[in-house]
Design a protein around this ligand. Structure first.
Ligand SMILES: CC(=O)N[C@H]1[C@@H](OP(=O)(O)OP(=O)(O)OC[C@H]2O[C@@H](n3ccc(=O)[nH]c3=O)[C@H](O)[C@@H]2O)O[C@H](CO)[C@@H](O)[C@@H]1O
Ligand SMILES: C=C(OP(=O)(O)O)C(=O)O
Length: 424
């Protein structure tokens, strides 16, 4: 298993390129299943999750070619097996995104329940409830979601869907299914994340009729057929936010090329309150920081967009560990998303957890140690902690990091970090 070796203490300077968003690219690869015409996605990040998704759709008879410049060409005219087997699904929650498009295009789908994940139980009951409201007959058996249209039906039927909570991939599944359904679908309590809007824009480019994306009520008028399109994946706000926290913690002056400040309001506001200078600049975001030790720790609660993203909680916590004062962080989205805490404590952080709440007391320094990545964003928080810790930090199990960050160590090296990958 590869490891990262980080020698902390360097400030970061220069320019770094923000890749396309994992959480937009994954649903968009699934959206390509909705048409028999070729789809071209630009700015697709080089990630393990993208490789897994490509494997999954190729296994269904789809032709998908990926070029080094981030272009992926998908031809789903040969889609012949509406199945997502456990072996391909177990490492990636997003594989549940095949459910809506397969049902809509093929009339049936057999999708393994996504594999266990460290951050919480992550049920898919809302996905099932919403698709059932559109007429799908769904059973969960032997670890698989088995869905089909009722006998004699050619298409799903539009419906009003109100989910019990805001769900990102749930909203995406409904959008894709509703795009080809008969009649109107109204999604109430819809997720408003930028990745939802990006998917909606792609579907509109394919001929879908969608209004209200980016708000909590989305209206979709189903069409009989969708066509091919070319779509550019939106920049990854979580990758950008991770670099913002890294620079705030180490100190330095970095421009995040392609970063979207307008997608990161909640995080940027907290960074400014902490004392970092973060500005939207032409084509990106610029962050200047005197270093974490001179910043003030910031409390926050994770909530749905446009609130503070749960996917940034761990990285901001790493910054709080070395900032001045005490901060309270409340995780409201996932019940088990403090797995990084024990590892941060191994580096010298002072953190107490009680249920959903973590209290972080800033310390003057962290000291390098061997730590273990437990999930994707936990890994990113440990990288940030390693960049500021004295001496050497070895980060083990970085396959979690590789799921969602495109060349993270090379990008950090490019702005002055002392970080290298040690191949197994
Ligand atoms: C691939 C992708 O885009 N992943 C993101 C997506 O995950 P994902 O779409 O899985 O997260 P959801 O928005 O669905 O989850 C929100 C909450 O609702 C619960 N829930 C969800 C669906 C359901 O059927 N039943 C249910 O109980 C979840 O357990 C969680 O507590 O949004 C999360 C919340 O912003 C992010 O952390 C993930 O990075
Ligand atoms: C939790 C995440 O991803 P996923 O939903 O793919 O597990 C994430 O991106 O932080």
């Amino acid at each position: 298993m590869d490891k990262l070796l980080i020698r902390g203490g360097r400030s970061l300077q220069g320019e770094v390129l923000v890749s396309g968003a994992k959480n937009a690219a994954l649903p968009e690869l699934c959206a390509a299943l909705l048409t028999a015409e070729p789809v071209t996605l630009l700015n697709v990040p080089q990630l393990q999750d993208v490789s897994t998704m490509l494997k999954l759709i190729r296994n269904m008879g789809v032709v998908a070619e990926r070029a080094d410049d981030g272009t992926v060409r998908i031809d789903a005219s040969g889609l012949n097996t509406p199945e997502a087997p456990y072996e391909l699904v177990k490492t990636m929650r997003a594989s549940v995104l095949a459910l809506g498009p397969l049902l809509a295009r093929f009339g049936e789908a057999t999708v393994s329940l996504p594999g266990g994940c460290a951050i919480g139980s992550r049920p898919v009951d809302q996905h099932i409830k919403g698709l059932a409201a559109m007429g799908a007959e769904i059973v969960v058996e032997h670890g698989y979601i088995i869905a089909k249209l009722p006998a004699g039906w050619k298409r799903l039927k539009g419906a009003r869907i109100t989910t019990d909570m805001v769900t990102v991939t749930g909203t995406e599944n409904f959008l894709m299914a509703a795009a080809l359904a008969e009649g109107e679908t109204v999604l109430e309590n819809a997720a408003q994340e930028p990745e939802i809007s990006d998917l909606a824009e792609m579907l509109i480019a394919m001929g879908a009729k969608i209004e209200g994306h980016g708000t909590s009520r989305i209206r979709i008028q189903g069409v009989e057929k969708l066509h091919g399109c070319t779509h550019r994946v939106v920049a990854d706000r979580i990758e950008a936010g991770t670099f913002l926290c890294a620079v705030a913690a180490t100190g330095g002056d970095v421009v995040l090329r392609h970063g979207r400040a307008d997608h990161l309001d909640a995080v940027i506001e907290k960074l400014r309150e902490a004392g970092a200078d973060v500005q939207a600049v032409e084509g990106g975001i610029r962050v200047k920081s005197p270093g974490g030790a001179t910043l003030k720790a910031q409390g926050f609660r994770t909530t749905e967009y446009p609130g503070f993203p749960t996917d940034m909680q761990a990285q901001f916590m790493a910054l709080n560990c070395i900032a001045q004062g005490t901060a309270t962080v409340t995780e409201t989205i996932f019940e088990n998303r403090f797995m990084h805490v024990n590892e941060l404590v191994r580096l010298g952080a002072k953190i107490q957890v009680d249920g959903k709440v973590a209290v972080i007391e800033g310390v003057p320094r962290l000291s390098g140690a061997t730590v273990m990545a437990t999930d994707l964003r936990a890994s990113a928080s440990l990288v940030i902690a390693g960049l500021v810790a004295d001496g050497e930090t070895v980060l083990d199990r970085i396959y979690h990091l590789d799921r969602g960050y495109d060349c993270m160590e090379a990008k950090l090296r490019g702005i002055g970090a002392d970080i290298e990958r040690v191949k197994a």
